[in-house]
Design a protein around this ligand. Structure first.
Ligand SMILES: Nc1ncnc2c1ncn2[C@@H]1O[C@H](COP(=O)(O)OP(=O)(O)OP(=O)(O)O)[C@@H](O)[C@H]1O
Length: 230
């Protein structure tokens, strides 16, 4: 199952981002730089409102910085036009959100295949890969179930499998264990921690969980718009 992309890299230099307000703009990121490669994992921690999700959105190319650069696998995603960027994101980035964003009317297997649908009908290899991923998250026997028939932890597992479908270089997780009880959070964390070695991805996790943060290879606190060692 391991599909190491040895070229996987994330290089971020001097990112800055502010939001307009009625008064002075709110400077959320002032100077963020980092460099990660295949197999690396990083926790981003910090108090509520410090800008963690904003940073994750920019790393995932869902939002644009005011200044600075992001290079994923050596490419500048913000130099692409809108269609190219959507395709690039689909191929290079997997997202895992706290509320998992599964489509309620689709089965577990169909939800995992959603990223491939953006490119038309999934090829048989994709179905096979989706099935393998379902097995790897321990849900092979739930492929025909709807999200409403799953527990919170099981839905999060589906979201993890979906994030891996396109064999991304970069997996971004925003509070992946935030809504889960301790035991379920531990088992989801275990799956996440396995991703960099098992799938050769770069894993960046925003979390308030000390347990999860301390299990990742690297930790940075976002403070005053900058990443600091912690
Ligand atoms: N679209 C927006 N327009 C204006 N302000 C925004 C916008 N998005 C976020 N903010 C503000 O930017 C700051 C950082 O928000 P962000 O969601 O990145 O923080 P966070 O560290 O992820 O918080 P939490 O841990 O509570 O999720 C907050 O003060 C928030 O209110």
């Amino acid at each position: 199952m391991a599909t190491h992309k040895t070229q996987s890299t994330l290089v971020v230099e001097h990112l800055a981002k502010s939001y307009p307000t009625a008064g002075e703009p709110l400077q959320v990121l002032s100077d963020v730089s980092l460099s990660l490669s295949a197999g690396d994992s990083l926790a981003i921690v910090g108090p509520s409102g410090c800008g963690k999700s904003t940073l994750l959105q920019i790393l995932g190319t869902l939002d644009v910085p005011d200044h600075g650069s992001v290079r994923i696998d050596g490419q500048d995603p913000f130099a692409l036009n809108e269609n190219q960027l959507a395709g690039f994101r689909n191929q290079h980035v997997g997202f895992i959100f706290q509320d998992h964003h599964l489509l309620p009317q689709l089965t577990v297997l169909e939800n995992i295949l959603v990223p491939a649908l953006a490119q038309g009908s999934p090829r048989p290899e994709r179905f096979q890969h989706a099935q393998q991923l379902l097995e790897s998250v321990g849900l092979a026997d739930r492929r025909g179930h709807l999200p409403s028939e799953l527990s919170g932890g099981e839905r999060e597992r589906v979201a993890i499998a979906r994030a891996l479908l396109m064999r991304p270089s970069l997996v971004l997780a925003d509070e992946p264990t935030g809504n889960l009880d301790r035991r379920t959070a531990d088992s989801v964390s275990e799956l996440l921690l396995d991703l960099p070695t098992r799938h050769g991805v770069i894993l960046v996790v925003v979390t308030h969980s000390h347990t999860l943060a301390s299990a990742l290879q690297q930790r940075r606190e976002l403070s005053d718009g900058k990443l600091k060692e912690c």
